[in-house]
Design a protein around this ligand. Sequence first.
Ligand code: AHR
Length: 537
Amino acid sequence: MMYSRMSNKFMIFGRCIWISFLVLFVVACARQQEHPKQATININTDVPAVIYNPMIFGGFLEHFGTQIYGGVFDPGSPLSDENGFRTDAIKALKELKIQVVRWPGGCFVDGYDWKKGVGKDREPADDMAWGVIEPNTFGTDEFIKLCRLVEWEPYICTNAGTGTIEEMKDWVEYTNSTSGEFAQMRKENGNIEPMNVRIWSIGNENYGKDAIGWKPIKEWAPYVRKAAKEIKAANPTVKLSAAALITRKWSLPLLEQAGEYLDYLSIHGYWMPLWQKHYTTDYLSCIIKSEEPELMIQSFIQVLDESGYRGRIKIAFDEWNLRGWHHPGFPRKELQDYDDPEVAKLVKAREKNDIASQYTMADALFSASFLNACLRHAEDVEMANIAPVVNTRGPLYVHPDGIVKRTHFHALSMYANQLEEQVCNTALKADWLANEKDSIPVFDGIATVDKSGANWAISLVNRHPTENVHCTVMMGGKPLNGKYKATVLAGDLPDSYNDIDFPNRVVPEEVEVRIRKGIAILPPHSLTIVHVPLIIK
Ligand code: AHR
């Protein structure tokens, strides 16, 4: 008796708690409907739009993991063509409309001998940076062939680690000259016509103490000057970049000494530090990083300004990704004992880069904001390269039996295919999104217009994991009104992802959006590109 009375009391108590939670939840939902998150994008049609360089939609491929071997290049696979290129990957990569691809590294290039990767008698070589054997079956000729196939502009990063300036010049001669020892070598390798590789970079991340051939700035600046001067003297039409940091301490002396010979400075950014320790990241802790690329770009622009080179030297953001690549214990600077189980274990750990469930809506929306930052600074940023394009952290996953387009594949594809060619001046205002101590605007957006001024494409990002954003779209001081064609990428949940079994969980959807009195309702964790055919006057 006693026991059942007690349990009744507990039941009533439990029910009360449950009802209170329900009431709180209903009140919270009602409040959310009454006070939805707000944002405004004000498109200033009086300020002339800026033509941006489509190389902002660029990519990077490194001899690392399965990016090349077992990725884009897989001779013997039933899915590869007669040259060993994966046809399914090529088809998908074409969709991304990537303009320029940087190759062959990355840290890999600091120990790479390009001459071992050309010709008939190629031998495998040690890849010191990553502690594996480089088969050398994919070299300069294969890279150029791949570029022609996918319609990429090739961009070669040279070895400023174990390599010499002489070797850099030989490489440029191999690809670009009509005569000379290395031009002859190219012809003998079956490429009679020059390959015309227009863009080159001196070194990778030579400022990093882990890099083979690390140099402090007092050595790096004169080294870059010498290399750039000699390369330009031999090939005046090439465009040159050099490894840089956004700090004044690094880039001012570099520009002061080598600026007259450079066209770009290369910077890199990864915002989730997963190099040594691999962990699962939640949507909010990723998305909260979305504004950091722009801060980086802005502070680098200040340095360019101070140097006097702003306007002449452009930013090549030639490695970027939300997530740092996982490569515990590496890069290294010496040869490895490949049979050492410790080395084998570390190399195997890199497979974690390809765990499908990591690539969620956070990757897609972070990528959209990264591109927005580049586009907003299109006068200074001329190139940006998602690092990498295939496998590891890339938007396209290529496995032995097929491909998976990760969430960020769709975001990049929407940008490259749907934005117009000029970026407009906009002012953004938004409520905040918080994660622990940090907060950022809940919304990001960009507006583009074609040269005729008649076709507009507006990209709207709602970063909130669970709530709609009511976004007011103003063009030339007037609210947009009407029904417009749009594409929305959202997935069911912020953590939705695509994998081999379910490759289409997150795909863009073609919709018609109704914008009333300027207000577009953006679903949670979404990217929307709206097409507006006419300016409202
Ligand atoms: O983590 C990937 C490596 O990161 C690339 O090789 C290098 O260029 C960058 O620091």
